[in-house]
Design a protein around this ligand. Structure first.
Ligand code: DGP
Length: 113
């Protein structure tokens, strides 16, 4: 399967991991939109959030716990940060392997563009 995030997760494309365990990896976004901008991805290939099923519920919870850990480690937890998962083209999804953006370190406006 030609998926760039699968290749990152399995080490085929070398990336410095901020975090790794059996289920997920996290790394800095190549095109950061804030001083802290990490991506948390599952090792399992899931194209979009619409492809999640009940068996993935614990995995999704683990992705959010990982995002919290990164936010605390990067000192943005208390001041505020944002977790974003884009789904499909109009939302801006460009890589079709789900990923949780963890953004912080500046004032994040609402609504997003
Ligand atoms: P999205 O637009 O929500 O699908 O976000 C995809 C993000 O992935 C985008 O912010 C840029 C990032 N990205 C794409 N390819 C790579 C890569 O090879 N390395 C890293 N570190 N980030 C990537």
């Amino acid at each position: 399967m030609d998926c760039i995030f699968c290749k990152i997760a399995n080490g085929e494309i070398p990336v410095r991991f901020v975090y790794e365990d059996d289920l997920v990896v996290a790394f800095d976004d190549a095109n950061p939109q804030a001083p802290v901008h990490c991506l948390v991805i599952p090792k399992k290939h899931i194209p979009t959030s619409l492809d999640l099923d009940a068996a993935d519920n614990a995995l999704i919870g683990h992705m959010f716990q990982t995002a919290n850990k990164i936010a605390r480690e990067r000192n943005v937890a208390d001041r505020g940060f944002r977790m974003v998962m884009n789904c499909n083209r109009e939302a801006g999804q460009s890589v079709f392997h789900i990923h949780l953006h963890v953004l912080g370190g500046r004032l994040l406006e609402w609504p997003p563009g």
